[in-house]
Design a protein around this ligand. Structure first.
Ligand code: ADP
Ligand code: MG
Length: 465
Protein backbone atom coordinates (compact mmCIF):
# COMPACT_ATOMS: atom_id res chain seq x y z
CA UNK A 1 0.00 0.00 0.00
CA UNK A 2 2.84 2.38 0.78
CA UNK A 3 4.24 1.76 -2.68
CA UNK A 4 0.85 2.59 -4.16
CA UNK A 5 0.88 5.90 -2.28
CA UNK A 6 2.22 7.89 -5.22
CA UNK A 7 -0.55 6.66 -7.56
CA UNK A 8 -3.13 7.41 -4.93
CA UNK A 9 -1.64 10.84 -4.38
CA UNK A 10 -1.90 11.71 -8.06
CA UNK A 11 -5.46 10.45 -8.43
CA UNK A 12 -6.56 12.30 -5.30
CA UNK A 13 -4.46 15.37 -5.82
CA UNK A 14 -7.50 17.63 -5.41
CA UNK A 15 -7.57 16.75 -1.70
CA UNK A 16 -3.89 16.44 -0.97
CA UNK A 17 -3.14 19.76 -2.68
CA UNK A 18 -5.49 21.50 -0.29
CA UNK A 19 -4.05 20.04 2.88
CA UNK A 20 -1.14 22.43 3.09
CA UNK A 21 0.95 24.31 5.61
CA UNK A 22 3.88 26.72 5.45
CA UNK A 23 7.40 25.36 5.39
CA UNK A 24 9.34 26.91 8.26
CA UNK A 25 12.68 26.68 6.45
CA UNK A 26 11.54 28.80 3.50
CA UNK A 27 11.94 32.58 3.77
CA UNK A 28 8.63 34.53 3.89
CA UNK A 29 6.68 31.27 3.86
CA UNK A 30 4.85 32.11 7.08
CA UNK A 31 3.95 35.65 6.01
CA UNK A 32 3.18 35.63 2.27
CA UNK A 33 0.32 33.38 1.12
CA UNK A 34 1.34 30.84 -1.50
CA UNK A 35 5.06 30.88 -0.67
CA UNK A 36 6.81 27.74 0.55
CA UNK A 37 3.88 25.33 0.69
CA UNK A 38 4.27 21.82 2.00
CA UNK A 39 1.54 19.26 2.56
CA UNK A 40 0.45 18.89 6.18
CA UNK A 41 1.42 15.49 7.57
CA UNK A 42 -1.46 13.00 7.39
CA UNK A 43 -2.14 9.31 7.80
CA UNK A 44 -2.81 7.36 4.63
CA UNK A 45 -5.89 5.62 6.00
CA UNK A 46 -8.37 6.40 8.79
CA UNK A 47 -7.72 4.93 12.25
CA UNK A 48 -10.20 2.51 13.81
CA UNK A 49 -12.20 3.94 16.68
CA UNK A 50 -15.08 2.21 18.56
CA UNK A 51 -18.47 3.75 17.71
CA UNK A 52 -19.56 3.67 21.38
CA UNK A 53 -16.65 5.91 22.45
CA UNK A 54 -17.23 8.17 19.48
CA UNK A 55 -20.86 8.63 20.57
CA UNK A 56 -19.75 9.27 24.15
CA UNK A 57 -17.26 11.94 23.03
CA UNK A 58 -19.85 13.66 20.82
CA UNK A 59 -22.41 13.77 23.61
CA UNK A 60 -19.92 15.48 25.89
CA UNK A 61 -19.42 18.47 23.56
CA UNK A 62 -22.58 20.46 24.38
CA UNK A 63 -22.12 19.73 28.10
CA UNK A 64 -18.56 21.05 28.07
CA UNK A 65 -19.77 24.10 26.09
CA UNK A 66 -22.32 24.86 28.78
CA UNK A 67 -19.79 24.23 31.55
CA UNK A 68 -17.28 26.68 30.05
CA UNK A 69 -19.99 29.31 29.87
CA UNK A 70 -21.10 28.82 33.47
CA UNK A 71 -17.56 28.79 34.87
CA UNK A 72 -16.66 31.90 32.87
CA UNK A 73 -19.33 33.84 34.76
CA UNK A 74 -17.76 33.06 38.14
CA UNK A 75 -14.89 35.53 38.20
CA UNK A 76 -14.12 34.85 41.85
CA UNK A 77 -13.71 31.12 41.18
CA UNK A 78 -11.30 31.82 38.32
CA UNK A 79 -9.25 34.34 40.32
CA UNK A 80 -9.27 32.15 43.43
CA UNK A 81 -8.30 28.93 41.67
CA UNK A 82 -5.43 30.61 39.82
CA UNK A 83 -4.21 32.79 42.70
CA UNK A 84 -1.21 30.59 43.55
CA UNK A 85 -0.37 29.92 39.90
CA UNK A 86 -0.30 33.69 39.41
CA UNK A 87 2.58 34.10 41.83
CA UNK A 88 4.92 31.90 39.81
CA UNK A 89 3.60 32.10 36.25
CA UNK A 90 3.92 35.55 34.67
CA UNK A 91 1.83 34.72 31.63
CA UNK A 92 -1.16 33.54 33.68
CA UNK A 93 -0.65 36.58 35.93
CA UNK A 94 -1.00 38.93 32.95
CA UNK A 95 -4.20 37.23 31.80
CA UNK A 96 -5.59 37.43 35.33
CA UNK A 97 -4.68 41.10 35.52
CA UNK A 98 -6.87 41.85 32.49
CA UNK A 99 -9.60 39.66 33.94
CA UNK A 100 -9.42 41.52 37.28
CA UNK A 101 -9.66 44.88 35.48
CA UNK A 102 -12.85 43.71 33.75
CA UNK A 103 -14.27 42.48 37.07
CA UNK A 104 -13.48 45.83 38.70
CA UNK A 105 -15.60 47.72 36.14
CA UNK A 106 -18.27 44.99 36.18
CA UNK A 107 -17.81 44.35 32.45
CA UNK A 108 -20.49 42.02 31.07
CA UNK A 109 -20.26 39.99 27.87
CA UNK A 110 -23.88 39.67 26.72
CA UNK A 111 -22.97 37.81 23.53
CA UNK A 112 -20.60 34.92 24.19
CA UNK A 113 -19.00 32.78 21.51
CA UNK A 114 -16.97 29.64 22.19
CA UNK A 115 -15.18 27.55 19.55
CA UNK A 116 -13.74 24.72 21.60
CA UNK A 117 -12.07 21.37 21.15
CA UNK A 118 -12.10 18.69 23.80
CA UNK A 119 -9.29 16.17 23.29
CA UNK A 120 -9.46 12.53 24.37
CA UNK A 121 -7.44 9.36 24.36
CA UNK A 122 -8.69 5.82 24.83
CA UNK A 123 -6.98 4.40 27.88
CA UNK A 124 -6.16 0.74 27.21
CA UNK A 125 -5.68 -0.06 30.92
CA UNK A 126 -9.21 0.95 31.94
CA UNK A 127 -10.82 0.70 28.50
CA UNK A 128 -12.26 4.18 28.91
CA UNK A 129 -12.39 7.47 27.07
CA UNK A 130 -10.39 10.02 29.07
CA UNK A 131 -10.06 13.73 28.45
CA UNK A 132 -6.60 15.12 27.78
CA UNK A 133 -7.61 18.77 27.86
CA UNK A 134 -10.24 21.26 26.79
CA UNK A 135 -9.06 23.98 24.41
CA UNK A 136 -10.95 27.26 24.55
CA UNK A 137 -8.56 29.47 22.59
CA UNK A 138 -7.21 29.16 19.09
CA UNK A 139 -8.42 25.60 18.56
CA UNK A 140 -6.78 24.60 15.34
CA UNK A 141 -7.47 22.31 12.38
CA UNK A 142 -11.22 22.64 11.81
CA UNK A 143 -10.21 23.36 8.19
CA UNK A 144 -7.54 20.78 7.36
CA UNK A 145 -9.07 18.19 9.71
CA UNK A 146 -12.32 18.16 7.71
CA UNK A 147 -10.34 17.79 4.48
CA UNK A 148 -8.48 14.73 5.73
CA UNK A 149 -11.83 13.05 6.47
CA UNK A 150 -12.82 13.76 2.85
CA UNK A 151 -9.47 12.51 1.55
CA UNK A 152 -9.93 9.24 3.44
CA UNK A 153 -13.52 8.93 2.25
CA UNK A 154 -12.40 9.38 -1.36
CA UNK A 155 -9.61 6.82 -0.91
CA UNK A 156 -11.97 4.25 0.58
CA UNK A 157 -14.54 4.85 -2.12
CA UNK A 158 -11.81 3.84 -4.54
CA UNK A 159 -9.85 1.20 -2.64
CA UNK A 160 -12.18 0.28 0.21
CA UNK A 161 -13.27 -3.00 -1.31
CA UNK A 162 -9.69 -4.24 -1.72
CA UNK A 163 -8.86 -3.11 1.79
CA UNK A 164 -12.10 -4.36 3.33
CA UNK A 165 -12.90 -0.89 4.66
CA UNK A 166 -16.23 0.90 4.23
CA UNK A 167 -16.08 4.65 3.56
CA UNK A 168 -19.53 5.04 5.14
CA UNK A 169 -17.92 4.29 8.49
CA UNK A 170 -15.98 7.55 8.41
CA UNK A 171 -18.18 10.14 10.16
CA UNK A 172 -18.76 13.25 8.08
CA UNK A 173 -16.72 16.16 9.34
CA UNK A 174 -18.14 19.64 8.83
CA UNK A 175 -15.94 21.38 11.41
CA UNK A 176 -14.85 24.26 9.17
CA UNK A 177 -18.37 24.94 7.89
CA UNK A 178 -19.82 24.81 11.40
CA UNK A 179 -17.12 27.01 12.95
CA UNK A 180 -17.73 29.54 10.17
CA UNK A 181 -21.46 29.30 10.79
CA UNK A 182 -20.95 30.08 14.49
CA UNK A 183 -18.77 33.07 13.61
CA UNK A 184 -21.38 34.18 11.04
CA UNK A 185 -24.25 33.89 13.50
CA UNK A 186 -22.25 35.78 16.13
CA UNK A 187 -21.77 38.51 13.53
CA UNK A 188 -25.57 38.58 13.02
CA UNK A 189 -26.17 38.88 16.78
CA UNK A 190 -23.78 41.83 16.93
CA UNK A 191 -26.05 43.50 14.42
CA UNK A 192 -23.84 45.94 12.58
CA UNK A 193 -23.94 45.47 8.79
CA UNK A 194 -20.68 47.30 8.22
CA UNK A 195 -18.69 45.37 10.84
CA UNK A 196 -16.09 42.70 10.08
CA UNK A 197 -14.73 39.60 11.79
CA UNK A 198 -11.14 40.15 12.90
CA UNK A 199 -8.86 37.14 13.13
CA UNK A 200 -5.92 37.64 15.48
CA UNK A 201 -2.92 35.91 13.93
CA UNK A 202 0.76 35.40 14.59
CA UNK A 203 3.16 37.55 12.56
CA UNK A 204 4.57 34.30 11.13
CA UNK A 205 1.91 31.64 10.76
CA UNK A 206 2.63 28.06 9.70
CA UNK A 207 -1.01 27.11 9.68
CA UNK A 208 -2.63 29.95 7.73
CA UNK A 209 -4.35 27.62 5.22
CA UNK A 210 -6.37 25.99 7.99
CA UNK A 211 -7.56 29.50 8.85
CA UNK A 212 -8.37 30.41 5.24
CA UNK A 213 -11.07 27.71 5.12
CA UNK A 214 -13.00 29.56 7.79
CA UNK A 215 -12.46 32.91 6.09
CA UNK A 216 -13.73 31.47 2.79
CA UNK A 217 -16.84 29.88 4.29
CA UNK A 218 -17.59 33.09 6.18
CA UNK A 219 -17.43 35.08 2.95
CA UNK A 220 -19.17 32.59 0.65
CA UNK A 221 -21.95 31.33 2.93
CA UNK A 222 -22.51 34.24 5.27
CA UNK A 223 -21.32 37.28 3.28
CA UNK A 224 -19.06 38.31 6.17
CA UNK A 225 -15.67 39.95 5.60
CA UNK A 226 -12.68 38.87 7.69
CA UNK A 227 -9.57 40.92 8.36
CA UNK A 228 -6.37 39.34 9.70
CA UNK A 229 -4.37 41.33 12.22
CA UNK A 230 -1.55 40.70 14.64
CA UNK A 231 -1.94 41.99 18.19
CA UNK A 232 0.72 44.61 17.41
CA UNK A 233 -1.32 45.83 14.42
CA UNK A 234 -4.43 46.07 16.61
CA UNK A 235 -2.49 48.24 19.04
CA UNK A 236 -1.29 50.50 16.22
CA UNK A 237 -4.53 50.72 14.24
CA UNK A 238 -7.25 50.14 16.84
CA UNK A 239 -9.37 52.25 19.17
CA UNK A 240 -12.53 51.84 21.20
CA UNK A 241 -15.25 54.43 20.58
CA UNK A 242 -17.18 55.90 23.55
CA UNK A 243 -20.08 53.52 22.77
CA UNK A 244 -17.73 50.52 23.09
CA UNK A 245 -17.29 49.77 19.37
CA UNK A 246 -13.87 48.40 18.50
CA UNK A 247 -12.56 50.04 15.32
CA UNK A 248 -9.44 48.66 13.63
CA UNK A 249 -7.98 50.22 10.52
CA UNK A 250 -11.17 52.28 10.20
CA UNK A 251 -13.49 49.26 10.32
CA UNK A 252 -15.88 48.35 13.15
CA UNK A 253 -15.23 44.85 14.47
CA UNK A 254 -18.13 42.54 15.38
CA UNK A 255 -16.15 39.44 16.37
CA UNK A 256 -12.52 39.06 17.43
CA UNK A 257 -11.46 35.48 16.70
CA UNK A 258 -8.13 34.59 18.31
CA UNK A 259 -5.85 32.25 16.36
CA UNK A 260 -2.94 33.67 18.35
CA UNK A 261 -2.58 35.04 21.86
CA UNK A 262 -2.46 31.69 23.67
CA UNK A 263 1.31 31.62 24.33
CA UNK A 264 3.80 33.99 25.96
CA UNK A 265 5.65 34.27 22.63
CA UNK A 266 2.54 35.91 21.17
CA UNK A 267 3.18 38.84 23.55
CA UNK A 268 6.82 39.84 22.88
CA UNK A 269 6.25 43.37 24.25
CA UNK A 270 3.79 45.54 26.18
CA UNK A 271 2.22 46.52 22.85
CA UNK A 272 0.54 43.10 22.48
CA UNK A 273 -0.76 43.17 26.05
CA UNK A 274 -2.33 46.59 25.52
CA UNK A 275 -4.01 45.26 22.36
CA UNK A 276 -5.46 42.35 24.34
CA UNK A 277 -6.76 44.77 26.97
CA UNK A 278 -8.20 47.10 24.32
CA UNK A 279 -10.11 44.21 22.73
CA UNK A 280 -11.41 43.07 26.11
CA UNK A 281 -12.62 46.58 26.98
CA UNK A 282 -14.61 46.83 23.75
CA UNK A 283 -18.10 45.57 22.99
CA UNK A 284 -16.83 43.29 20.20
CA UNK A 285 -17.63 39.59 20.70
CA UNK A 286 -14.42 37.87 21.76
CA UNK A 287 -13.73 34.30 20.82
CA UNK A 288 -12.58 33.72 23.46
CA UNK A 289 -13.17 36.39 26.08
CA UNK A 290 -10.51 36.57 28.78
CA UNK A 291 -12.83 34.50 31.02
CA UNK A 292 -13.33 31.76 28.43
CA UNK A 293 -9.56 31.74 27.90
CA UNK A 294 -8.90 31.22 31.62
CA UNK A 295 -11.49 28.42 31.87
CA UNK A 296 -9.33 26.52 29.36
CA UNK A 297 -6.23 26.57 31.56
CA UNK A 298 -4.91 23.29 32.91
CA UNK A 299 -5.23 24.54 36.48
CA UNK A 300 -8.97 25.08 36.03
CA UNK A 301 -9.28 21.62 34.44
CA UNK A 302 -7.71 20.22 37.61
CA UNK A 303 -9.93 22.33 39.91
CA UNK A 304 -13.09 21.21 38.07
CA UNK A 305 -12.10 17.58 38.62
CA UNK A 306 -12.14 17.99 42.41
CA UNK A 307 -15.11 16.50 44.26
CA UNK A 308 -18.28 18.67 44.36
CA UNK A 309 -16.91 21.40 42.06
CA UNK A 310 -18.94 20.54 38.94
CA UNK A 311 -22.07 20.73 41.07
CA UNK A 312 -21.40 24.43 41.60
CA UNK A 313 -21.84 25.05 37.90
CA UNK A 314 -24.24 22.47 36.50
CA UNK A 315 -27.63 21.25 37.70
CA UNK A 316 -28.25 18.15 35.63
CA UNK A 317 -26.88 15.12 37.50
CA UNK A 318 -26.65 12.97 34.38
CA UNK A 319 -24.53 15.60 32.66
CA UNK A 320 -22.27 15.85 35.70
CA UNK A 321 -21.84 12.06 35.76
CA UNK A 322 -20.97 12.03 32.04
CA UNK A 323 -18.30 14.68 32.53
CA UNK A 324 -16.79 12.99 35.56
CA UNK A 325 -16.57 9.69 33.76
CA UNK A 326 -14.12 11.18 31.26
CA UNK A 327 -11.90 12.92 33.83
CA UNK A 328 -8.51 11.34 34.31
CA UNK A 329 -6.73 11.69 37.66
CA UNK A 330 -5.72 15.34 38.11
CA UNK A 331 -3.87 16.78 41.09
CA UNK A 332 -2.37 20.03 42.27
CA UNK A 333 1.16 19.79 43.61
CA UNK A 334 0.23 20.74 47.15
CA UNK A 335 -0.86 17.10 47.44
CA UNK A 336 2.33 15.67 48.96
CA UNK A 337 1.24 12.04 48.64
CA UNK A 338 0.81 12.38 44.88
CA UNK A 339 4.07 14.23 44.44
CA UNK A 340 5.78 11.39 46.30
CA UNK A 341 4.09 8.77 44.10
CA UNK A 342 5.05 10.67 40.97
CA UNK A 343 8.69 10.80 42.04
CA UNK A 344 8.59 7.06 42.71
CA UNK A 345 6.71 6.12 39.52
CA UNK A 346 7.13 8.98 37.05
CA UNK A 347 5.94 6.90 34.10
CA UNK A 348 2.41 6.86 35.48
CA UNK A 349 2.10 10.67 35.39
CA UNK A 350 2.39 13.74 33.18
CA UNK A 351 3.58 17.05 34.65
CA UNK A 352 1.96 20.06 32.97
CA UNK A 353 2.68 23.79 33.21
CA UNK A 354 0.02 26.37 32.25
CA UNK A 355 0.92 26.39 28.57
CA UNK A 356 -0.78 25.65 25.26
CA UNK A 357 0.47 24.59 21.87
CA UNK A 358 2.50 21.46 22.56
CA UNK A 359 6.01 20.66 23.71
CA UNK A 360 5.65 21.87 27.31
CA UNK A 361 4.80 18.76 29.33
CA UNK A 362 7.26 16.68 31.29
CA UNK A 363 7.46 12.89 31.38
CA UNK A 364 9.49 10.11 32.99
CA UNK A 365 13.00 11.10 34.05
CA UNK A 366 12.45 14.83 33.39
CA UNK A 367 9.27 14.75 35.44
CA UNK A 368 11.04 13.15 38.40
CA UNK A 369 14.03 15.52 38.28
CA UNK A 370 11.78 18.57 38.01
CA UNK A 371 9.61 17.51 40.93
CA UNK A 372 12.65 16.87 43.14
CA UNK A 373 14.15 20.23 42.21
CA UNK A 374 10.92 22.18 42.76
CA UNK A 375 10.32 20.46 46.08
CA UNK A 376 13.79 21.36 47.26
CA UNK A 377 13.28 24.99 46.28
CA UNK A 378 10.45 25.03 48.83
CA UNK A 379 8.79 28.11 47.36
CA UNK A 380 5.60 28.42 45.40
CA UNK A 381 7.25 27.06 42.24
CA UNK A 382 5.22 23.86 42.33
CA UNK A 383 2.03 25.90 41.90
CA UNK A 384 2.93 26.56 38.25
CA UNK A 385 2.18 22.91 37.42
CA UNK A 386 -0.47 20.25 37.69
CA UNK A 387 -0.01 16.49 37.71
CA UNK A 388 -2.11 14.23 35.52
CA UNK A 389 -2.59 10.49 35.35
CA UNK A 390 -0.79 9.21 32.29
CA UNK A 391 -3.14 7.71 29.73
CA UNK A 392 -1.95 4.70 27.75
CA UNK A 393 -3.67 4.32 24.38
CA UNK A 394 -3.24 1.03 22.53
CA UNK A 395 -0.70 1.31 19.71
CA UNK A 396 -1.36 0.08 16.17
CA UNK A 397 0.56 0.06 12.90
CA UNK A 398 -0.20 3.16 10.82
CA UNK A 399 0.99 4.52 7.48
CA UNK A 400 2.08 8.10 8.10
CA UNK A 401 2.82 10.56 5.29
CA UNK A 402 5.26 13.33 6.10
CA UNK A 403 7.17 15.50 3.64
CA UNK A 404 5.85 13.38 0.75
CA UNK A 405 7.24 10.17 2.23
CA UNK A 406 5.03 7.35 3.47
CA UNK A 407 6.30 5.17 6.30
CA UNK A 408 4.80 2.67 8.70
CA UNK A 409 5.08 3.08 12.49
CA UNK A 410 3.47 1.91 15.71
CA UNK A 411 1.18 4.81 16.54
CA UNK A 412 -1.33 6.12 19.05
CA UNK A 413 -4.17 8.56 18.50
CA UNK A 414 -5.95 11.45 20.16
CA UNK A 415 -9.49 12.40 19.18
CA UNK A 416 -10.55 16.04 19.46
CA UNK A 417 -14.24 16.92 19.30
CA UNK A 418 -15.02 20.46 18.20
CA UNK A 419 -17.84 22.31 19.89
CA UNK A 420 -19.48 25.65 19.13
CA UNK A 421 -21.48 27.72 21.56
CA UNK A 422 -23.19 31.05 20.97
CA UNK A 423 -25.33 32.82 23.47
CA UNK A 424 -26.97 36.23 23.58
CA UNK A 425 -28.10 36.97 27.15
CA UNK A 426 -30.60 34.21 27.96
CA UNK A 427 -30.92 32.96 24.38
CA UNK A 428 -28.68 30.00 23.50
CA UNK A 429 -28.31 30.40 19.73
CA UNK A 430 -25.94 27.45 19.19
CA UNK A 431 -24.76 24.62 21.41
CA UNK A 432 -23.37 21.93 19.13
CA UNK A 433 -20.80 19.27 18.60
CA UNK A 434 -19.32 20.14 15.22
CA UNK A 435 -16.86 17.78 13.63
CA UNK A 436 -13.64 16.31 14.92
CA UNK A 437 -9.89 16.18 14.65
CA UNK A 438 -8.07 12.88 14.88
CA UNK A 439 -4.33 13.19 15.42
CA UNK A 440 -2.00 10.21 15.28
CA UNK A 441 1.63 10.11 16.38
CA UNK A 442 4.35 7.52 16.69
CA UNK A 443 3.85 5.83 20.03
CA UNK A 444 7.30 6.75 21.30
CA UNK A 445 6.54 10.49 21.06
CA UNK A 446 5.13 12.11 24.19
CA UNK A 447 3.74 15.27 22.64
CA UNK A 448 0.82 15.52 20.23
CA UNK A 449 0.71 18.73 18.14
CA UNK A 450 0.54 18.63 14.32
CA UNK A 451 1.79 22.18 13.77
CA UNK A 452 4.44 21.52 16.43
CA UNK A 453 5.65 18.58 14.30
CA UNK A 454 4.74 15.67 16.57
CA UNK A 455 1.59 14.21 15.00
CA UNK A 456 -0.18 13.73 11.66
CA UNK A 457 -3.77 14.60 10.71
CA UNK A 458 -6.05 11.62 10.62
CA UNK A 459 -9.73 10.67 10.57
CA UNK A 460 -11.64 7.79 12.13
CA UNK A 461 -13.24 4.59 10.93
CA UNK A 462 -16.00 3.55 13.33
CA UNK A 463 -15.90 -0.04 14.54
CA UNK A 464 -18.51 -2.03 16.47
CA UNK A 465 -16.44 -3.23 19.42
P1 ADP B 1 -1.11 21.33 24.93
O1 ADP B 1 -1.90 22.48 25.47
O2 ADP B 1 0.34 21.63 24.80
O3 ADP B 1 -1.74 20.75 23.70
P2 ADP B 1 -1.88 18.84 26.22
O4 ADP B 1 -2.40 18.70 27.59
O5 ADP B 1 -2.85 18.62 25.12
O6 ADP B 1 -1.17 20.25 26.11
O7 ADP B 1 -0.66 17.85 26.03
C1 ADP B 1 0.09 17.75 24.84
C2 ADP B 1 0.15 16.32 24.37
O8 ADP B 1 0.72 15.49 25.38
C3 ADP B 1 -1.21 15.71 24.07
O9 ADP B 1 -1.60 16.00 22.74
C4 ADP B 1 -0.96 14.23 24.29
O10 ADP B 1 -0.37 13.64 23.15
C5 ADP B 1 0.08 14.23 25.41
N1 ADP B 1 -0.59 14.08 26.72
C6 ADP B 1 -1.13 15.07 27.48
N2 ADP B 1 -1.67 14.58 28.61
C7 ADP B 1 -1.48 13.27 28.59
C8 ADP B 1 -1.82 12.19 29.48
N3 ADP B 1 -2.45 12.43 30.61
N4 ADP B 1 -1.44 10.93 29.13
C9 ADP B 1 -0.79 10.68 27.97
N5 ADP B 1 -0.45 11.65 27.09
C10 ADP B 1 -0.78 12.93 27.38
MG1 MG C 1 -3.43 19.65 23.50
Amino acid sequence: LCVKYWDIKCENSCWSQLIVMNRTSRLRSGTVPGVGLVHAPFSLLPTRFPASFWKQACELAPIFNELVDRVSLDGKFLQGSLSRTKQVDDFTARLLEIHAKMMAVNKKEDIRLGLHRSDYMLDSETNSLLQIELNTISTSFPGLGSLVSELHRTLLNQYGEVLGLDSERIPRNWAAIQFAEALGKAWVEYNNESAVVMMIVQAEERNMYDQYWLINHLKESHGVMTIRKTLAQVEAEGLVLPNGTLVVDGRPVAVVYFRAGYAPTDYPSEVEWSARLLIEQSSAIKCPSISYHLVGTKKIQQELAKPSVLERFLDNEEDIAKLRKCFAGLWSLDNEEIVKSAIEKPDLFVLKPQREGGGNNLYGHDLRETLIRLKNEQGEALAAYILMQRIFPRASLTQLVQGGVCFEELSISELGIFGSYLRNKDKVVINNQCGYLMRTKVSSSNEGGVAAGFAVLDSILLTDE
